[in-house]
Design a protein around this ligand. Structure first.
Ligand code: FE2
Length: 335
């Protein structure tokens, strides 16, 4: 009861100042985002209130808050989670000419319930001198017996891996994907543990020869106070695998307007700002992500790793195939 009272008091407070704020529930926890929120506040006079947590917790929270939820915007770091949010009916369609004209159709929800704000590709990093670059060109290759004991990759409960598997399913179907997963498991240097940076460090230290990681982590390791990260990343190189019949796997960080958003106009303004040239530049320069807005370039460092073609499947597919991906990981014994 007390909890309920506190909650409704919060809702009341937020609706009193409705026109001057936007409540952002975000899984992103980057300094770049904090800078962007500040710029948005200065430009518009709209105060940005942020709730930071994992996407799964934020989605649950919005669900349980129901029609009284103060959430205006949900931001996640993976297309699979945006899809889940849509399936749970906690987002609403947005009608924004700017977003519809500037965010490519394959990078937004088919019903305009969410839009990508940045792209990241999931790549392979190999130890310099290992010769991996002449043997590995596709994601499919990762299951080849010649890479036995060489692959470092995090656990399958991680959504980035689930989305990579979802893309594999889109290209080859479930039977092939299961065999692929079994092949990768057989090639693992160690049982999955740690985050993407951990895999890169392991390869730099001679445990395995190929690490799977998202691109922005490489940028963050180069530009890091921690010398062990800077040193590790000097020993590896980025390789952009592609699918046999497609391009390099990309995922997105994106945003949608919450179904019961009390400040809907501000929410749309906020997402439009995040997709503006100014914000896109900052995502690229400050957080080493790939911009979604045409005409904005990746940072110098990110560009130095090389170019690639985005995979040709719609980003919507990553969410649609998520459940099948999780099942395949379980069957394949990918911890
Ligand atoms: Fe991440």
């Amino acid at each position: 009861m007390i909890k309920k009272l506190v909650l409704s008091a919060l809702v009341l407070t937020s609706s009193l100042f409705a026109s001057n704020e936007v409540n952002v529930y975000s899984h992103r926890h980057y300094d770049t985002d904090k800078k962007l929120f500040k710029i948005f506040e200065e430009k518009t006079g709209i105060k940005v209130n942020v709730v930071n947590a994992k996407a799964s917790a934020l989605i649950k929270r919005i669900e349980s808050e129901g029609a009284k939820s103060p959430a205006d915007v949900l931001i996640t770091v993976d297309a699979g989670r945006l899809y889940q949010a849509k399936q749970k009916d906690i987002l609403q369609a947005v009608n924004s000419d700017y977003l519809n004209e500037n965010i490519p159709a394959n990078l937004r929800d088919i019903d305009n319930k969410w839009y990508a704000l940045t792209k990241r590709s999931r790549v392979a990093l190999y130890k310099i001198g290992s010769g991996i670059e002449s043997k590995l060109t596709t994601y499919e290759d990762l299951a080849k017996p010649e890479f036995k004991g060489q692959i470092m990759v995090r656990s399958s409960n991680n959504i980035y891996n689930q989305s990579l598997m979802a893309a594999m399913i889109a290209h080859h179907g479930e039977e092939y994907s299961l065999n692929w997963a079994k092949g990768v498991v057989a090639n693992m240097a160690k049982a999955p543990k740690g985050n993407d940076r951990y895999q890169v460090k392991a390869v730099a230290n001679g445990i395995g020869q190929i690490a799977i990681a998202n691109t922005y982590y490489i940028g963050k390791m180069v530009d890091n106070k921690d010398a062990s990260q800077r040193e590790a990343v000097k020993k590896v190189k980025v390789l952009f695998p592609k699918f046999e019949n497609g391009g390099t796997h990309i995922n997105v960080s994106g945003a949608g307007v919450a179904k019961y958003s009390p400040n809907k106009d501000n929410a749309i303004k906020f997402i439009e700002f995040m997709a503006s040239k100014e914000a896109q530049k900052l995502f690229a320069e400050g957080n080493y992500e790939y911009p979604v807005l045409e005409g904005v370039k990746a940072s110098k460092l990110v560009s130095s790793w090389g170019t690639f073609e985005d995979d040709n499947i719609s980003i919507n597919t990553l969410g649609q195939n998520n459940k099948a991906a999780v099942k395949i990981f379980d069957k394949a014994g990918w911890k």
